[in-house]
Design a binder for this molecule. Sequence first.
Ligand code: DQA
Length: 147
Amino acid sequence: GSILVLHGPNLNLLGIREPGHYGRQTLAEIDEMLQRQAAAWQLSLSSFQSNAEHALIERIHAARENTDCIIINPAAFTHTSVALRDALAGVAIPFIEVHLSNVHAREPFRRQSYFSDLALGVISGFGAHSYVLALDAARHWLQARSP
Ligand code: DQA
């Protein structure tokens, strides 16, 4: 199985950015942890972060040929981006929506997501471990699809 992890805007600042909400781990540390876990589960994994909507959209289009499942933290685009939603719908790659913080326990505008109704599922509130939970969910989903 081949997994693509996408990180949206401002997640390059993890480690220093609002640690009360997002923890102290850097994005590099999170990607490294995911890489190790994926190897242990014999999954191939690549990750990509961008602050730009168009770059994330292009990366989703490029994933069309060779990606079984996408794990995406759309960050602030969660609440704003019809374009990113349409890109995921367009390539029809199953995806899991991830958030470090519990978006339901914060400002009301964070409860609205342009992704949740299209996602296989949503994991929110477990810090960096949210990504590991999503990887495990992707693994189970891929196994169930083609055992
Ligand atoms: C986030 C939650 C979003 O509301 C916020 O804009 C982010 C990060 C999270 O991982 O908790 O940038 O997606």
